[in-house]
Design a protein around this ligand. Structure first.
Ligand code: MN
Ligand code: MN
Length: 457
C-alpha cells in the first residue's frame, strides 16, 4: 500500500465517491470549530451522540465501554475499553486542536485617528504578512469579575460583521517593501480594526468609548474584563473545495484539526477493539505543548490512571508505567507536502506528496535530528503492517531538506513516557497560512490509517 505515485490512479469510482463524501463532514467540523475550545466542544457533542459517557461519573468500566473526559474545555480524551486489560497497552492516536492565530492582549482596546482597535499577540509560528487584509472572526470567552462566563463569537454567522488587520497601500510602501519578510509586518503591528463610530459627547478617545459601550450593551462586559479573557482572531472564511475537480480542501486550521477529525471518525467506527483505544485532542502544540492543557500536562497520565483504576478496580504507579510501556501511539500531525513552486526545500526522494496518502514521519527535528523522538525501526515495521492490512495508502516523509529548517510535534513527549510513537498525518500545502490546502484522498487515508491502528491485534 506504499504509494510511489498519485493515489487517485489506484482507486475506482466508488472509492472516489466515499473519499469525496468524507470531506463534507470534515468541512462542517472545521467551520464549527475554529478555536481549540470550539473544536473540543463540537467533538464532545459528536462523541456523546455516539454513546460516549463521562469517565469521571463511571464507577467501573468493562470491555466495549465508551467514555470521555474533558480537560478545561480544551482537551478531549475518548476511550473505548478493549478486550485485553488496559495494562497490556493502549492504542493512542493523539492530535492537537490549537492552530496558529491572533490572540487579543490582556489590555487590548484603544482608539487612534478616528478608529477603534485591538492590540494583539500572535499565537504559534505565522508569516505575519499573511494575516493582514483578510476578514477575521473573533471567538472566545470572557470571565467577568462576578465569575460569570461570557462567550463571544463574531464573524462566522451569515450577516455577521468581520474584523481586519490593515496593511499599507503599495503607493506608500517604498520603505516597507525594502524590509525582510519577518519585518514587513511587526508583531506590534498586528492591530485589529474593530470600529469607527465615536461616542456622542465624548471628547477624548470617543471611538474607544463607543466600542466599549457597544461591548457592554451586547455582552455585558467592561474594559477590565479583558484581563480575564481568551479571545482569538481567526480567518472568517469557510472551508471550501479547491480546484476545478474539487479534489482538495482549502481551509483555516487543517493543522491539526484534519488529524483530530479523522481520528474521531476512526474512533466512532471502532467496536470492541482488542487493545483499549484512545483518541486524544490536545492543545498548545503550536507553542511547545506547555501548560495544563498541553501534551506535557499531567492530565494525560491522570486520564489513563482513571482507565486503569476503573477497569482493574485497583491502581498503583507500577500499573500506569506498565501501561505506557506496553502502549503504542500515532502522533497524528500534518506534514509539508511538496509544493512545485518551492521544490528547493525538499529532498524529493524522501518528501511526502499531495495525493499519495497518509504520511509516516519517522523523525522530525532540525539540525541533525535535534529535538525529535525518532521512531524505532521495529515500531515503523509494525505500523507498516497495520496500514497494509487496513489497505491504507501511505507514504513516508521528512519535514524538508536536511538543514532547511525543521520542527517538532508532541511525539517526543509521548516517547518520554516509555511508549512507542511515530508521527503520522496528512500532507499540506501552505501550512500555518490562514488558508491551508489538503487532498481529499489524504484526509480519507488518515481516517483509514487510524481505524486500522485501533483495530490492531
Ligand atoms: Mn501540527
Ligand atoms: Mn503546526
Amino acid at each position: 500500500m506504499f504509494q510511489k505515485d498519485s493515489g487517485w490512479k489506484a482507486i475506482d469510482g466508488a472509492e472516489k465517491e466515499k473519499i469525496f463524501a468524507f470531506s463534507e463532514g470534515y468541512k462542517t467540523y472545521l467551520n464549527q470549530g475554529k478555536t481549540e475550545r470550539l473544536a473540543c466542544k463540537v467533538a464532545l457533542e459528536m462523541a456523546k451522540a455516539q454513546g460516549f459517557v463521562n469517565l469521571e461519573e463511571k464507577d467501573s468500566l468493562k470491555a466495549g465501554d465508551k467514555v470521555y473526559m474533558v480537560n478545561r474545555d480544551k482537551n478531549l480524551f475518548l476511550a473505548i475499553i478493549g478486550q485485553e486489560a488496559v495494562e497490556q497497552g493502549i492504542s493512542f492516536v493523539i492530535s492537537h486542536i490549537d492552530c496558529p492565530r491572533i490572540d487579543l492582549k490582556q489590555n487590548p482596546v484603544y482608539g487612534d485617528s478616528g478608529l477603534a482597535l485591538f492590540k494583539t499577540h500572535y499565537y504559534g509560528g505565522i508569516k505575519k504578512y499573511q494575516w493582514t487584509a483578510i476578514p477575521l472572526a473573533l471567538h472566545g470567552v470572557v470571565m467577568k469579575a462576578n465569575g460569570e462566563k461570557v462567550e463571544i463569537s463574531l464573524g462566522d454567522e451569515p450577516g455577521d460583521p468581520v474584523l481586519c488587520i490593515t496593511d499599507l497601500l503599495p503607493h506608500l510602501a517604498t520603505d516597507q517593501m525594502q524590509k525582510k519578510a519577518t519585518e514587513i509586518i511587526t508583531g506590534e503591528g498586528l492591530n485589529i480594526l474593530a470600529g469607527s463610530l465615536p461616542e456622542e459627547g465624548s471628547e477624548k478617545d470617543a471611538e474607544k468609548e463607543a466600542l466599549l459601550k457597544l461591548l457592554s450593551e451586547k455582552y455585558d462586559i467592561c474594559e477590565e474584563d479583558f484581563l480575564s479573557a481568551e479571545l482569538e482572531a481567526v480567518p472568517a472564511f469557510k472551508a471550501t473545495d479547491v480546484g476545478f475537480d474539487r479534489s482538495l480542501v482549502g481551509a483555516y486550521g487543517h493543522d491539526d484539526r484534519v488529524c483530530a477529525y479523522t481520528s474521531l471518525m476512526a474512533m466512532f467506527e471502532t467496536e470492541n477493539p482488542v487493545k483499549t483505544a484512545v483518541c486524544l485532542l490536545t492543545d498548545k502544540e503550536e507553542i511547545g505543548s506547555m501548560g495544563s492543557t498541553g501534551m506535557r500536562s499531567a492530565f494525560f497520565e491522570y486520564a489513563v490512571a482513571l482507565l486503569i483504576e476503573k477497569t482493574a478496580g485497583t491502581y498503583n504507579e507500577l500499573m500506569l508505567k506498565r501501561t505506557f510501556r506496553n502502549s503504542k501511539c500515532l502522533s497524528s500531525d500534518v506534514s509539508a507536502g511538496v509544493d512545485p513552486t518551492y521544490p528547493e526545500v525538499h529532498d524529493k526522494m524522501n518528501a511526502p506528496f499531495i495525493g499519495r496518502g497518509v504520511v509516516l514521519t519517522k523523525y522530525t527535528g532540525s539540525r541533525g535530528k535535534s529535538g525529535t523522538s525518532d521512531a524505532n525501526a521495529e515500531f515503523m515495521g509494525f505500523v507498516r503492517r497495520c496500514f497494509d492490512e487496513g489497505e491504507v495508502f501511505w507514504q513516508s516523509g521528512e519535514l524538508g531538506k536536511v538543514d532547511a529548517g525543521g520542527g517538532g510535534t508532541i511525539a517526543q513527549y509521548v516517547a518520554n513516557l516509555d511508549m512507542e510513537v511515530v508521527d503520522c498525518g496528512v500532507p499540506l500545502l501552505s501550512m500555518h497560512a490562514p488558508f491551508e490546502i489538503a487532498s481529499k484522498l489524504d484526509i480519507y487515508m488518515a481516517y483509514k490509517a487510524y481505524k486500522a491502528f485501533y483495530l490492531q491485534k
